[in-house]
Design a protein around this ligand. Structure first.
Ligand SMILES: Nc1ncnc2c1ncn2[C@@H]1O[C@H](COP(=O)(O)OP(=O)(O)O)[C@@H](O)[C@H]1O
Ligand SMILES: [Mg+2]
Length: 379
């Protein structure tokens, strides 16, 4: 940045008023009055007019500072000097005011620039601190989940052994209690696993184990798992599939996607409602033309639906549309977050068509396998 004049620079006559203007000033006074005028700077150097021997000289000041001197000779020398001092005073006053304004502006700009630079540096520091905290949080989640899972596996193992009578005969009531313990422990294990999965998403460790598989088959086996619990609430899960549904993907992750969508459909549908699952070739994304470039998994329900504001957030970690309903429905708000991450890791898309009270239709797509399955290189 080039530095201009600052407020502390000394005032100089030659700088403030260009030589041409000084020359004109002298000429006009000499035309009006019978005299010869000379203008000198602080050092005595002649700036305008010709120096005459025996001239009267008077100092020229501006705001208490000596800028130079004016000399005059001839019959009207005294009037010439007075006029010259007045006129030069005006010129200098205006020039100085302009220069001050420019300098003030530039200093203000420099202050602003300095403040901005400092502000930027503070922001950069804050961002890297946040990134660091985010990393720590993800590592913490991963470590904690691991530490929680290990003892829980023992709880489940010993409870199972007891239930099987390995530690001696178990009464009917004891068996009921053990079943509850096992159910809750399983629920806790599922929750911890989800947290672990989400934290590994955040630390960017999402490796797929790809193999060729039939999406219709995977879906059928998941539907079979949900059928009994849905049946108890009078919900029949309709399953249909058509065409070739072979995709290349990670079987465990795809099962998790299907299970997430199915469990939501059943969970958010009132008793005796309807859930329909369809697997079919179709477009990869909602706006695409109809040429089937993907296998679509469509999960429809006649449940409570989702408001427009909530739809924007349901794929975010821990988000649940209605905090009062979470107590009624349970869950962690991680299912759809994981489903979306897994679908996208496969190159697919996930979206929902829904309105409050009108049920929901979730669609997840998987690109059609064009190449034979390859093993992903392990990281
Ligand atoms: N089929 C559905 N019908 C109505 N609301 C749904 C449906 N699926 C998801 N939601 C809403 O999206 C939220 C997030 O879903 P999800 O990530 O699976 O979390 P969770 O099931 O643990 O609450 C749910 O809490 C619910 O509010
Ligand atoms: Mg869910």
């Amino acid at each position: 940045m080039s530095r201009g004049r600052t407020l502390d620079d000394p005032i100089e006559l030659a700088r403030l008023v260009p030589p041409g203007e000084l020359g004109e000033l002298v000429a006009s006074i000499e035309r009006a009055l019978d005299c010869r005028i000379t203008i000198r700077d602080q050092a005595g150097v002649v700036l305008a007019g010709a120096a005459e021997a025996g001239a009267t000289e008077r100092p020229f000041d501006h705001e208490g500072e000596r800028l130079g001197a004016i000399a005059a000779s001839g019959p009207q020398a005294a009037a010439g000097i007075a006029l010259a001092i007045d006129m030069l005073g005006l010129l200098v006053h205006h020039a100085h005011a302009r220069e001050l304004a420019a300098a003030t502006h530039e200093e203000a700009m420099q202050v602003t620039f300095g403040e901005l630079t400092e502000h930027n540096q503070r922001l950069t520091r804050a961002v890297s601190r946040l990134e660091e905290l985010d990393r720590l949080k993800s590592n913490f989640l991963a470590t904690m989940s691991h530490e929680l899972r290990t003892p829980l596996t023992s709880v489940i193992g010993y409870a199972e052994m007891m239930a099987e009578g390995l530690a001696g005969p178990v009464s009917g009531e004891q068996k009921d209690y053990l079943t509850t313990i096992l159910g809750k422990a399983d629920q806790l294990l599922g929750l911890i696993t989800s947290v672990l999965d989400v934290s590994s998403l955040e630390t960017g460790q999402l490796a797929l184990e790809r193999s060729q598989l039939s999406l219709a088959e995977v879906v059928a086996s998941e539907v079979a798992i949900f059928q009994p619990q849905a049946g108890r609430r009078g919900i029949a899960i309709q399953l249909s599939s058509q065409g070739d549904t072979v995709v290349v993907g990670d079987r465990r992750k795809i099962r998790q996607i299907v299970s997430s969508l199915l469990s939501n459909a059943v969970k958010f549908t009132p008793d005796r409602g309807k859930v329909g699952v369809e697997v079919r070739p179709g477009p990869l994304a909602p706006g695409d033309d109809d040429t089937p470039s993907a296998v679509q998994l469509v999960v429809r329900d006649s449940g409570i639906g989702i408001s427009r504001e909530a739809v924007a957030k349901i794929f975010e970690p821990f988000y649940q549309a209605d905090s009062s309903s979470t107590r009624a429905f349970g869950g962690t708000g991680l299912g759809l977050t994981l489903a979306k991450a897994y679908v996208e890791a496969h190159g697919g898309r996930i979206w929902v068509d829904t309105a409050p009270g009108a049920g929901s239709t979730f669609v997840a797509t998987f690109p059609i396998a064009r190449e034979p399955a390859r093993e992903e290189p392990r990281a």
